[in-house]
Each structure stands twice: as structure tokens, then as C-alpha cells.
Design a protein around this ligand. Structure first.
Ligand code: XMP
Length: 518
């Protein structure tokens, strides 16, 4: 559990959208934290917890060992809202009946009808109806003791229920997803009218607390930090420098796999504008040497990750008195490292970033962003004076262009890709599209195709353009560019970048694809 400030906790039962609940609440100016069932069982002081939300999840309360919260939680007089599995769990605990795997499952948009007014549903209905998003197989069919029915759909008679006296509520649909048109009203009503928590959490004002925490933890010791120029490591470096000034040592390892001009730009900004103690290591030759002949994506990732650590460790050892290592771990990384249900999801890619650094070095970790989502980290950056072109920068993967050059990575391919990517990104900025997109980039396919330029035949590489919208990188939709923009990009890349004679736009979402190609 994080520091003692008023909050709403969300008990995670493994739903794909649990994180969205926390996001919505934080966006409303209230701190919220996701806890596992195990975390919940270990909480002994509930004084700062003003409300509890039980998330959805894949389990069924009709199984023998269904995940359940301790009965004592219901006696604490803290308002509770159960969503989907959370509703079924509340029903089960109070003697309701739940049917499993019946015919009446509901997925997608459903119209719900009001039966009774409640504080929870203020501003939720239009003409006594509301469009909600459902995703459930189990259904509560007998009202639990002490509860009233507030709304129903054709297929679920008990879609919203309340126990007004004890402030316990259950809803079958998902108010946290945007497909539930008035979902935000439910969340607002629950936290403000029922939990009566104050709107007093502002990401910008967290800055002072973080800086003080770092000061108190680190004292006069030294901190080392791998600075990549991405949002997370940049914000971390700025915050720490504000706390301990010259006792922060930033190391920038140039892998030669960054975007055009990015490395030099970042170095100059941190050295000259922010006056940070930055050491630049040019390691591009060794990275390219180790990647020679390697086309397997996982091998590439592992080679880069290991080499990065080796170089960083070698540098860090030169600073004997360093006690701390700073990392840009974000909140989603913290949540994802704990499993709600105990099951392990299959590994899709070995992520490399400056996180997961030297285990052997005996350095203590400082992770100032571990309570925050990516866009909150951006706001913290902006509040600390980080220039917009860094704080609003799209995410960039640790292994860099190596995983955007499919197949073997060579100096020539890196140069070709840097040019194409630069053109694409500059056009996005010029056309005011950059900030509407979560992540955009160019990639190079390992195949050449035939083209014709002037009167000559060409045989060159194919460039893939990718641009997606997303809330947190876990799921994504491809961006719908107007045709004129795609025409312009294709033309400009082919006319300016020698080595590319074909441009294609990737129109897959995540899932089934991933954001990066490797
Ligand atoms: P995927 O490709 O898994 O990517 O859909 C999701 C998000 O993660 C970023 N990504 C990485 N970030 N090190 C990182 O720091 C990595 O190895 C890495 N691989 C993917 C990706 O750019 C997207 O934002």
C-alpha cells in the first residue's frame, strides 16, 4: 500500500479492465490504488480507505474455492461497489443466488431499464434507460438479503442492486469502459456522493512529496540513473536532480539504435538546459557487432538487454560511493508484476528497458514513478519543467530500432529507417496529429520488392508505417488517417529515402497484433 492519503481501493479479481477503474477515479481527482486479494488481507489500518471497489474477473462464485474477500470487510462500514464478478461476490455473501454458464450470457452493448432511483444512479439514465457494456456468463437471479433491485436488462433481472443502509452496491456491467455511455456518473456518484471522499488529489501537487521523499531516503548519498531520453527516465532524472542536485549521476548509453538525432538532442538538453551530471557512452559499434547475423526477435532483445546491463554496470562501478539506482518503473508495471489470480500469463516478448538493471550490484532501488500511470508521469514531467517534446514523446522500446528492423540489423538499415521515421514523425507534428496518437513509428521489412522510379527499375525495402491509439499500451486500435495524409507520407518517404520503394500502413489492432512488430 502506498502512503497514507485518502483513497479508494480496487480489489483486483483479474479483469482485463481493472486498471481503467483506477484511471477513471484518478482522473476525477481522487487517489485510487489496485490491491490483490492477498494485499487486502494484510491491510490492518483502513482509516484512509474511503471506499472499496470489487473488480470483475474470470472466476465464478459457484466454484468450490472461489476468490472471496474476508467477511470482516463488509462490517467496516466502508462503502463497497462490486462490478461484474464483484456484484456476484456480494450477492453470494448475502445469500443471493447465481446461475453459472446459462443461456443468458450478455456480451457487448445492452440497454438497461430503471426500476428505482438511487444515489448511485444520479444522472445515469436518459428516459429511464441507459446503454451499458456487459461481459458476463454468470447471472444473479435471486436478490441477496437486505438488497433492493435498482435496474435490470432483458437477460439479467438484477443488473444493479443496493443495500442502502450498509452502502453496498453491485452492478453487472462495466462503468469503467467508454462503451458504457454514462459509466462515469456511476463512478462519480459512488466516490463523491456515497464514499464522500474529497476531490483533493492532483498529480502536479505530488511533485513536492516525491522530491521530499527522495531527499529523506537518499540523504547525502549518490544515485545513478540510466537516462534514455524517453519520458519515464527523463522525469525520474529531473525529479531526483531537484531533490539531490549534483549527487545524481546520469548515464546515457548510445546503442546506435535510437531515432534520428534523438540521442544528441537529449544529451544537450539534460547537460546544458537542466545542468545535470550526464555521462555519455558511445557503444553503437559494439551493439551492431553483437547483432550481426541475428534475425530472431527474442535473440535480438536478449543481446541488447544483456549488453546494455554489462556496459551500464561497467560505468557504474567507476562511481564507488553510489548507493542507489533510480528506475522509471510505472504503476502498470507494478500491478502487472503481481497476479490477481495467481495464474501466470504467457510471455509474448522479453521486454527490455532500463528497468531490470543490475541485480548483482547491491544498489538500492529508487522508483519515484511507481505510483503513476504514463500520462501522470508526463504531467509530473511538465510540472518539473520538462520540455514538451520530451514529456509528450511517444513510448519507445528499450531495444530501439533493432526491433523495428525486421531481420538482421545493419548500419545501412538503421540509417534508412531513421530517415523514414523522422519524415513520418515530423509530418505528424506538422499536421497536429502527433498528440492524438499513443505511438507512431516506421519499421523496415526484411524484404525487397520491385518498383519503378523515373524510367528505371528499383529493387528496395518496404517500409511499414504504424500508428495506434491506446490508453496504456495493453490494447490498441490503429489510427484512422485521412487518405491525403497517407498519400503524403508515402510520397515523401519514397522520394527522400534511398533504399525504400514501397510504403504500407499497418491496419491491425492489439490484440491480435502487438504494437511493435517484434
Ligand atoms: P507491444 O509490442 O508488446 O508493446 O504491444 C506494448 C508497449 O510496450 C513497448 N515496448 C517496450 N518498451 N522495452 C520497453 O521499454 C521493451 O522491450 C519494449 N517492447 C515493447 C511498446 O513500444 C509499446 O508501447
Amino acid at each position: 500500500m502506498f502512503k497514507t492519503k485518502e483513497k479508494i481501493i480496487i480489489v483486483d479479481f483479474g479483469s482485463q479492465v481493472t486498471k481503467l477503474i483506477a484511471r477513471r477515479i484518478r482522473d476525477l481527482g481522487v487517489f485510487s490504488e489496485i490491491v490483490t486479494l492477498n494485499d487486502l488481507k494484510k491491510i490492518y489500518d483502513f482509516s484512509t480507505i474511503k471506499g472499496i471497489i470489487l473488480s470483475g474477473g474470470p472466476a465464478t462464485v459457484n466454484s468450490k474455492n472461489f476468490p472471496n474477500i474476508p467477511k470482516s470487510i463488509f462490517l467496516k462500514r466502508i462503502p463497497i461497489l462490486g462490478i461484474c464478478y464483484g456484484l456476484q461476490l456480494i450477492a453470494k455473501n448475502f445469500g443471493g443466488k447465481i446461475k453459472s454458464g446459462g443461456r443468458k450470457r450478455e456480451f457487448g452493448r445492452v440497454i438497461l431499464k430503471k426500476n428505482k432511483n438511487s444515489l448511485l444512479t444520479k444522472n445515469f439514465y436518459i428516459n429511464n434507460k441507459s446503454e451499458v457494456w456487459m461481459s458476463h456468463q454468470d447471472e444473479v437471479y435471486k436478490l441477496p438479503k437486505g438488497f433492493t433491485k435498482l435496474a435490470s436488462t432483458n437477460d439479467s433481472p438484477l443488473t444493479i442492486i443496493e443495500n442502502k443502509k450498509n452502502k453496498i452496491y453491485g452492478i453487472q456491467f462495466h462503468p469503467e469502459v467508454t462503451h458504457t455511455k454514462k459509466g462515469l456518473s456511476i463512478i462519480k456518484n459512488f466516490i463523491f456522493s456515497i464514499c464522500k471522499i474529497k476531490k483533493q488529489w492532483k498529480i502536479e501537487s505530488e511533485k513536492k512529496r516525491i522530491i521530499n521523499d527522495i531527499k529523506n531516503t537518499v540523504g547525502d548519498e549518490k544515485v545513478i540513473c540510466a537516462l534514455s531520453g524517453g519520458v519515464d527516465s527523463s522525469v525520474v532524472a529531473l525529479l531526483i536532480s531537484k531533490a539531490i542536485n549534483k549527487n545524481l549521476i546520469c548515464i546515457m548509453v548510445d546503442t546506435g539504435l535510437m531515432r534520428k538525432n534523438e540521442f544528441k538532442f537529449t544529451y544537450r538538453i539534460f547537460k546544458n538546459k537542466y545542468k545535470l551530471n550526464v555521462k555519455l557512452i558511445n557503444a553503437s559499434k559494439i551493439f551492431l557487432k553483437k547483432l550481426k547475423g541475428v534475425s530472431n526477435p527474442e535473440k535480438k532483445r536478449k543481446i541488447i538487454g544483456r549488453l546494455f546491463i554489462k556496459i551500464f554496470e561497467k560505468e557504474a562501478r567507476k562511481y564507488e560511493k553510489v548507493k542507489y539506482l533510480a528506475q522509471g518503473t510505472l504503476y502498470p508495471d507494478v500491478i502487472e508484476s503481481k497476479s490477481a489470480t495467481g495464474s501466470k500469463t504467457s510471455k509474448i516478448k522479453s521486454h527490455h528497458n532500463v528497468g531490470g538493471l543490475p541485480k548483482k550490484m547491491n544498489l538500492k532501488l529508487i522508483e519515484p514513478l511507481k505510483e503513476f500511470f504514463k500520462d501522470e508521469a508526463r504531467k509530473l514531467g511538465a510540472a518539473s519543467g520538462l520540455i514538451q517534446s520530451i514529456s509528450n514523446r511517444h513510448p519507445f522500446p528499450g531495444p530501439g530500432l533493432a526491433i523495428r528492423i525486421l531481420g538482421e540489423v545493419t548500419v545501412q538499415k538503421v540509417k534508412i529507417l531513421q530517415e523514414a521515421d523522422h519524415i513520418f514523425i515530423q509530418e505528424l507534428i506538422k499536421n497536429k496529429l502527433y498528440d492524438k496518437i499513443w505511438q507512431a513509428y516506421a519499421a523496415l521489412l526484411p524484404i525487397k520488392t520491385v518498383g519503378v522510379m523515373g524510367d528505371s527499375r528499383t529493387y528496395e525495402y518496404t517500409c511499414v508505417i504504424r500508428a495506434v491509439t491506446s490508453e496504456d499500451g495493453m490494447t490498441a486500435d490503429y489510427f484512422n488517417f485521412p487518405k491525403y495524409f497517407l498519400d503524403k507520407i508515402s510520397n515523401k518517404i519514397i522520394n527522400s529515402v534511398k533504399g525504400i520503394n514501397r510504403v504500407v500502413y499497418d491496419i491491425t489492432s492489439k490484440p491480435p497484433s502487438t504494437i511493435e512488430l517484434e
